[in-house]
Design a protein around this ligand. Structure first.
Ligand code: PNS
Length: 168
């Protein structure tokens, strides 16, 4: 029997973490020995929260779910995901798919990452309860006064209101 640790990376911007992200991370943890939640830079997006704030919100929720042991959060600036995977010793990337649009966005990245290093991407079907939840949509709803309770953890909702309300 191999003693090899099965380690997966759940990459993303996490600006901020949503219940959709947490569902995928929790399910990835059930399938692997360890999960590294990698907070990465998406060149197409400008940040609302600092990387430190994103990490703090993620760690708080992971601890609340009893996942702080098998799951750790790390930020990587200006790095390729494949290099992150190599450095942390993960052969698998796990991502959630809400639907076909996500697949169209994710497929070229999965193929590019496999081309670059051989790392495999495993897609989990997102919980349909969160099929309408994205960090960007949640931010837009909060910015214009809507309620995102139940879509993100309460601490994240409160942080969003403090950051975005009244700063159009
Ligand atoms: O949550 P997001 O914004 O959809 O996540 C996208 C992310 C951060 C995973 C992607 O932009 C990424 O992997 N960035 C790291 C740089 C990289 O490896 N780029 C090439 C991807 S093929």
């Amino acid at each position: 029997m191999s003693e090899r640790v099965r380690r997966a990376v759940c990459p993303g911007s996490y600006d901020p973490v949503t219940h959709g992200h947490l569902d995928v991370v929790e399910r990835a943890a059930a399938l692997h020995d360890e999960v590294v939640v990698a907070v990465l830079h998406n060149p197409a997006k400008t940040g609302t929260f600092t990387v430190e704030e994103r990490i703090a919100l993620l760690e708080g929720e992971l601890a609340a779910r009893g996942l702080a042991g098998p799951v750790r959060v790390e930020a990587f600036a200006d790095r390729l995901l494949v290099d992150v995977c190599r450095d942390v010793g993960a052969a698998v990337v796990v991502k959630g798919l809400r639907g076909g649009t996500d697949f169209a966005y994710e497929l070229p990245m999965a193929l590019m990452n496999r081309h670059l290093s051989g790392v495999e991407t495993v897609f989990l079907p997102g919980d349909p309860a969160f099929g309408h939840v994205s960090s960007s949509l949640v931010k837009e709803v909060v910015r214009y006064g809507g309620d995102v309770s139940g879509l993100v953890p309460d601490a994240v909702r409160d942080a969003l209101v403090a950051r975005l309300r009244g700063h159009h």
